[in-house]
Ligand binder design. Structure first.
Ligand code: PEP
Ligand code: MN
Length: 352
C-alpha cells in the first residue's frame, strides 16, 4: 500500500509508479478516500528491491505492506498447524522443560551425568549441556569438541533428547553427526544469517529442532521472526523462539527480562516459544519467578540452567544454575500455571 505525501499522485507520478511495479509483475489499484487517495499494490508486494525503489521516490511518504513478510513462520502460513516433536514430546501439548548445565566440564563428565539423571528425575523433558561456549573473553574456557561424547552419553543413559549450542559450521556438523536433538543458536549468533541458512540446510528432514535465542540488542520482534524464517527457508521448520533477555540490562539483572514478548510472538508466528529465564535474570535466586512469569505469559516451556552442585560448575553454572530440587518444585508450579492458562491458550489459538 503506497501512501503519497500529497493527497493524490499527479498523473506523471502515477505513471512512474505503475511502470516500476509492472517490472515486478504487480499492478496498482488506487483507493479514493474523501480527502486522500492511497494506492494498493496487487501482486507480490514483498519484493524488497521494488519496495526500496518506491520508497526512494521523494513524493512517497510510506509503503505499508499488507502481506506478512514471513512466508513460512507467519501464524497464518501453510505451516500454521505444524507440530514439533522432540523425543517423545510434542511441543505445545504440555510444558517443555529443558534443563541441565550451562557448560559441560570435559574434565568432570560424571558431574554432568549426575545432573542429567537428576533433571530427568525432577521432570525435565530434555537435557541441555554446552559443548562449545560463546565467552565474552577469549581467555575464558571455550568448550571442547570432546564434550559432545559426554552429552551423548547423557542421552543414552537417560533416554532424553539433548540440546547444545553451535556457533559455526564445524560445531554444526559434529552436533548433527552425533545425533543432538535440539541445536541452540545463541544470542550472539541470532542474526548471523549465513549460519542460520547453514543450520536450516544441515538439519532439514533430520528430526532436529532449532532453539533460536533472541539477539541481545532489543531488536524488533519481526527481526527475531525473520531470523527463524532463514532457518525454515533453509529447509527446517522445527524452530522454537527463545526470549533470553536483552540489553541494555535492567539494574540488578543480567539482561532486561523479555518473557513478556511471548504473547506478541504467538500472535505473529505459529512457532512455539521456550523462554530462557537463566540468562535473562542471571542469578539462581531470581530464576524460578522469571520462569513462572514466562509460563504465565503463555510460553510453551522454559530452558533452565540446572546443576547438581552449582559451585562445582564452570561457565554460568555457579551463579545462575538452580539445583534439581528447586527444578522439581518449579516444574510442579509450571504444571499448575499450565492448567490455569488453558482457557487463555485456547483463546490465543483462535485469534492467532
Ligand atoms: C547459554 O545458553 O549458555 C548461552 C550462552 O545463551 P545465550 O546465547 O542466550 O547467551
Ligand atoms: Mn549459560
Amino acid at each position: 500500500m503506497i501512501i503519497p505525501k500529497e493527497p493524490k499522485l499527479t498523473n506523471e507520478q502515477y505513471e512512474e509508479i505503475v511502470s516500476i511495479v509492472e517490472e515486478y509483475g504487480c499492478r496498482i489499484q488506487p483507493i479514493e478516500g474523501h480527502h486522500r487517495t492511497i494506492y494498493a499494490v496487487l501482486g507480490e508486494e514483498r519484493e524488497t528491491i521494488m519496495v526500496n525503489r518506491i520508497l526512494g521516490l521523494d513524493y512517497v511518504d510510506r509503503f505499508d505492506a499488507v502481506d506478512s513478510p514471513f512466508k513460512l513462520m507467519d501464524a497464518k502460513s501453510e505451516l500454521a498447524h505444524h507440530k514439533i516433536k522432540i523425543g517423545n514430546h510434542v511441543v505445545g501439548e504440555s510444558p517443555f522443560i529443558i534443563a541441565g548445565h550451562c557448560t559441560i566440564d570435559p574434565k568432570n563428565p560424571n558431574l554432568f551425568l549426575e545432573s542429567a539423571h537428576a533433571v530427568k528425575e525432577a521432570g525435565a523433558k530434555a537435557i541441555r549441556g554446552g559443548v562449545w561456549k560463546p565467552r565474552t573473553m577469549p581467555y575464558s574456557f571455550q568448550g571442547d569438541d570432546s564434550s559432545i561424547k559426554i552429552l551423548m552419553e547423557a542421552k543414552a543413559q537417560t533416554g532424553l533428547p539433548v540440546d547444545t549450542e553451535v556457533m559455526d559450521e564445524h560445531q554444526l556438523m559434529i552436533a548433527v553427526e552425533a545425533g543432538v536433538d535440539v541445536l541452540q543458536i545463541g544470542a550472539r549468533n541470532a542474526l548471523n544469517y549465513s549460519l542460520l541458512k547453514q543450520v536450516g540446510q544441515a538439519t532439514a528432514d533430520k528430526q532436529i529442532a532449532v532453539l533460536l535465542k533472541r539477539s541481545m540488542g532489543m531488536g524488533p520482534i519481526n527481526e527475531f521472526i525473520a531470523a527463524g524464517e532463514y532457518i525454515a527457508a533453509g529447509g527446517n521448520p522445527d524452530i522454537m523462539f527463545c526470549p533470553r533477555g536483552t540489553s541494555p540490562t535492567m539494574d540488578g539483572y543480567r539482561n532486561y527480562p523479555d518473557e513478556c514478548i511471548t504473547p506478541l510472538l504467538k500472535e505473529k508466528t505459529w512457532a512455539p516459544v521456550i523462554v530462557d529465564p537463566s540468562h535473562s535474570v542471571g542469578r539462581a535466586k531470581y530464576v524460578p519467578s522469571a520462569a513462572m512469569a514466562a509460563m504465565a505469559y503463555g510460553a510453551d516451556g522454559v530452558i533452565v540452567e540446572t546443576h547438581c552442585d552449582p559451585k562445582k560448575g564452570i561457565g554460568d553454572d555457579p551463579k545462575q544454575s538452580i539445583t534439581p530440587d528447586v527444578l522439581k518444585k518449579l516444574i510442579d508450579d509450571i504444571n499448575q500455571i499450565w492448567e490455569i492458562r488453558k482457557h487463555y491458550r485456547k483463546e490465543m489459538v483462535v485469534t492467532a
